[in-house]
Design a protein around this ligand. Structure first.
Ligand code: PEP
Ligand code: MG
Length: 905
């Protein structure tokens, strides 16, 4: 017979902590606590399978359920020595939800179930407290009529007309009539009258009497919890958190204990360690003579649990440690026992009924990044957990938090976002808004902190982006230029914030009807994509020496190498500090952006508008020393570690200046008229530049471009070798779609190689020749391509762009609709689409390694720093991932966690 009900209490339980799927988180942990012999009020859990059954069978229960509930209820009665519905000695129960994943406050609860006009007498006799009993009764009528008789019945009253509000009004009237201030001023007599008024009102409004039968109340409560799984709030929460609809919730029916039976009763919530700092001190809050809902309601300020954790705003209140020392010691012993058992920091709820302690809940506690680090390292030292477990205890997102200053979460919780965009660069930033890159530079030179706001950014904005604290754009996706650059610098950045209407001319922007002008202050949370008007405080995740120790453990367990995407010696140095083991992508064209780029950019522009090979060679000759210098400096910093240098990739027209003065200057230097210049520039225009004359196609039409770049790489290497240094360049050809392109380029490389070796009198220069796999056809043709390529680097930005046919720069326009309608689980430019693009990668690796078993394989698209994608890269057998410097530690952690979860056979 299927088992639908699991009992707990009285020192044992039928369930266990690892049965969360069946019993929900709450039920599984209640069972575990009962098994540990902790004081848990007896009860039972109705499984999530019943919820699934309920929705599959027109909201009915399996036929075995009723008998199983009856039997479980009997057990509770035996343990608690009271009977459900017994007028002399009544047992009361709570009915609560409990899904697999915590869904705080999203589903319903009914307390004090079992109180009727008959059993109330028994409760009065048992407690000797008439006021308490009638207060419990009025709470039951309020909750039950609201949750079971109204919400679960699908009644949707007008705003302010709900039954709960109407009953509250009666209570307020009574208080007014009697001249009372607080609910606690109501006497037993008052409450008795109120209860009758409540019952009448319920009948009048809902057309049905409040049930006076305990079993009817119980089944009503159970049904309401199952119903609430599909309530609006719960459904919305599941969408946000990605919790599947078919998981269902369990229902926990548990004997009531009361924290509001006088001054020897209390209720509280606590963490076994400090969830903000990780400090190993018992941390929590409690309220004397109160029920759990009073703590949540926030009417009274809760008192600190102990002396050690008093704060500025609660230090005047009596701690539990002082008020009830014996009970506190008992609770503290439970805290230690629970930690030793669960080997983690827990969040617990307890109630003290007339001096007796009861545990109502425990679960693994949520914590900040700093706390996660400290708790993991402390527990490792305490030998509670192993090194591998410590590595698994910090999520990559928490590590990210440790590396960037962030918006103070408590301040943010109180603020309302002005707008939302895509979270492109992590951390927080606040500053005065400016609308041009030049203003960003000028204002920050004067000592202002600025946020650069742009429609979208282009290479000419780089200086301004560098100068700004944060970047905010109205257009663009996660791999748009602004996003790439910002992430590379570890700079806070939000892109694709469509709600911004920017007027650059007037230096103003309008959001949601509100106008902001240059100089107004904005705060960005680049980790979430939230934009706020005004300044929110930042907190810098504290420098923790334990971080270094933790990262050592991480490196001990990972097998995937982690490289960085860096184009300057400065970035390379930073990445080395973050633990990079090489450069996986040196984008040559980045030397034409930003600082000191004027001169090389001028030469590049000359080359682009050249018409004849002769003109082009001349321009390339002028460009050559700049290229060689940059490459040499980076190779030198990397000191023999692999440096993948990609030959020029982006569409050339991107570099053609639009300003008339710049055009005139260039025309002059080429010795041609401005009309001729404009004509040539127009010819470069493409309707689809991402699929136009870029990447290897440039080297095919103009072999001299490849030749010059390769010469710069080999000469830089040769000079360093001569200086006694180590080098290991990897020459990478981008945007390849057929092996023939590679064969063509390889001939140029080999020719230049021989020339440079001879020129420097060297027998050999170590290097590899390889390609990017970023066009779907290349992934399919990988077997042939590997005949020539010694390594593959998956360019998943373009592979995603061309695999989906989604433009990387325009996805912001329609992505929100795809996400909202659940057509995509996430932005595929942010989190690798393992199903589709991932299959292309797997095919590429398999076919490539079939031809060349030792083929080196890595990834250099933005996914190389995204934890889920890094785990995928580990599983499909890549040798390394490469990502921007600030993401290197995150990739190292993700790689270690992948190695622990999916050990190589
Ligand atoms: C890619 O396409 O994934 C890549 C790394 O190249 P880029 O982003 O420069 O096109
Ligand atoms: Mg690319």
């Amino acid at each position: 017979m299927p088992k639908y009900v699991y009992s707990f209490g009285g020192g044992s339980a039928e369930g266990r902590a690892d049965m969360k799927e069946l019993l929900g988180g709450k039920g599984a942990n209640l069972a575990e606590m009962a098994n540990l012999g902790l004081p848990v009020p007896a009860g039972f859990t109705i499984t999530t399978e019943v919820c699934t059954y309920y929705y599959k069978h027109k909201r009915t229960y399996p036929k075995e359920l009723e008998a199983q509930v009856q039997r479980a209820l009997k057990k509770v009665e035996t343990v608690m020595q009271a009977q459900f519905g017994n007028p002399d000695n009544p047992l009361l129960v709570s009915v609560r939800s409990g899904a697999r994943a915590s869904m705080p406050g999203m589903m319903e609860t009914v307390l004090n179930v079992g109180l009727t006009s008959k059993t109330i007498k028994g409760l009065i006799k048992k407690t000797g407290n008439e006021r308490f009993a009638y207060d419990a009764y009025r709470r039951l009528i309020m909750m039950y009529s609201d949750v079971v008789m109204e919400k679960a019945a699908g009644i949707e009253p007008e705003e302010g007309e709900g039954i709960r509000t109407q009953l509250e009004k009666l209570m307020t009237e009574m208080k007014k009539q009697k001249g009372y201030e607080h609910d606690t001023d109501l006497t037993a007599e008052d409450l008795k009258i109120l209860v009758e008024q409540f019952k009448e009102k319920v009948k009048e409004v809902l057309g049905k009497p409040f049930p006076d039968d305990p079993m009817k109340q119980l089944w009503g409560g159970i049904g309401a919890v199952f119903q609430s799984w599909n309530g609006k709030r719960a459904v919305a929460y599941r969408r946000i958190e990605g919790i599947p609809d078919d998981w269902g919730t369990a229902v926990n029916v548990q004997a009531m204990v009361f924290g509001n039976m006088g001054n020897t009763s209390a209720t509280g919530v606590a963490f076994t360690r400090n969830p903000a700092t990780g400090e190993n001190t018992f941390y929590g809050e409690w309220l004397v003579n109160a029920q759990g809902e009073d703590v949540v309601a926030g009417i009274r300020t809760p008192a600190p649990l102990n002396e050690a954790t008093k704060s500025e705003h609660n230090k005047h209140l009596l701690s539990l440690e002082k008020a009830m020392p014996k009970t506190y010691r008992e609770l503290d012993a439970i805290r230690k026992k629970l930690e030793r058992h669960y080997k983690d920091m827990l969040d617990i709820e307890f109630t003290i009924q007339e001096g007796r302690l009861w545990m109502l809940q425990c679960r693994v506690g949520k914590r900040t990044g700093t706390a996660a680090l400290n708790i993991a390292m402390d527990m490792l030292k305490e030998k509670l957990i192993t090194e591998k477990e410590a590595v698994m205890r910090i999520s990559p997102a928490q590590l990210d938090e440790l590396l960037h200053p962030i918006v103070d979460p408590s301040a943010e919780a109180k603020a309302k976002p002005l707008a939302k965009g895509l979270p492109a660069g992590p951390g927080g930033a606040s500053g005065q808004i400016v609308f041009t890159a030049n203003d960003a530079v000028a204002w920050s030179k004067k000592g202002h902190k600025v946020i650069l706001v742009r429609e979208e950014t282009n290479p000419e904005d780089v200086e301004g982006m560098r100068a700004a604290q944060g970047i905010l754009t109205a257009r663009g996706g996660m791999t748009s230029h602004a996003a790439l650059v910002a992430r590379g610098w570890g700079k806070c950045c939000i892109v694709g914030c469509g709600a911004l209407h920017i007027d650059v001319e007037r230096k103003r922007l309008v959001v949601d009807g509100k106008e902001f002008k240059e100089g107004d202050v904005f705060t960005l949370n680049g980790t979430k994509g939230n934009v706020y008007a005004g300044e929110l405080p930042m907190i810098s995740a504290s420098e923790n020496p334990r971080f270094v120790h933790f990262m050592k453990l991480v490196d001990k367990y990972r097998t995937l190498k982690v490289r960085t995407n860096a184009d300057t010696p400065e970035d390379a140095k930073k990445a080395l500090e973050f633990g990079a083991e090489g450069i996986g992508l040196f984008r040559t064209e980045h030397m034409f952006y930003g600082k000191n780029s004027e001169a090389p950019l001028f030469c590049l522009r000359k080359m682009i508008v050249s018409k004849t090979e002769e003109e082009r060679r001349k321009a390339l000759e002028e460009l050559f020393p700049y290229m060689k210098k940059d490459i040499k400096a980076t190779l030198e910093v990397m000191n023999g570690r692999p440096v993948t240098i990609r030959l020029l990739d982006p569409p050339l027209h991107e570099f053609v200046p639009n300003e008339p003065e710049k055009r005139i200057e260039l025309a002059k230097s080429l010795g041609i008229s401005i009309e001729e210049f404009n004509k040539r520039a127009d010819l470069l225009h493409e309707s689809n530049p991402m699929m136009g004359h870029r990447g290897v196609r440039l080297g095919i039409t103009y072999p001299e471009i490849t030749e010059t770049q390769v010469r710069a790489i080999f000469e830089a290497s040769a000079e360093l070798i001569k200086e006694g240094k180590k080098v290991f360049p990897e020459i990478m050809i981008p945007v390849v779609s057929t092996e023939k392109e590679l064969v063509h380029q390889k001939q140029i490389v080999e020719k230049v190689y021989k020339e440079v070796c001879a020129q420097y009198g060297l027998k050999a220069i170590p290097y590899l020749f390889g390609t990017m796999i970023e066009i779907p056809r290349a992934a399919l043709m990988a077997g042939k391509i590997a005949e020539t390529a010694e390594f593959f680097s998956f360019g998943t930005n373009d592979l995603t762009q061309m695999g989906f046919g989604f433009s990387r720069d325009d996805i912001g326009g329609f992505l929100p609709d795809y996400l909202e309608k659940h057509l995509l689980p996430a932005d595929p430019f942010q989190i690798l689409d393992q199903e589709g693009i991932g299959e292309l990668i797997q095919i590429g690796i398999q076919r490539g390694r079939k031809t060349r078993p030792k083929l080196k394989v890595g990834i250099c698209g933005e996914h190389g720093g995204e934890p889920y994608s890094v785990m995928f890269c580990h599983r499909v057998g890549m040798d390394y991932v490469s990502c921007s410097p600030f993401r290197v530690p995150i990739a190292r952690l993700a790689a270690a966690q992948a190695a622990i979860k999916f050990p190589k056979k």
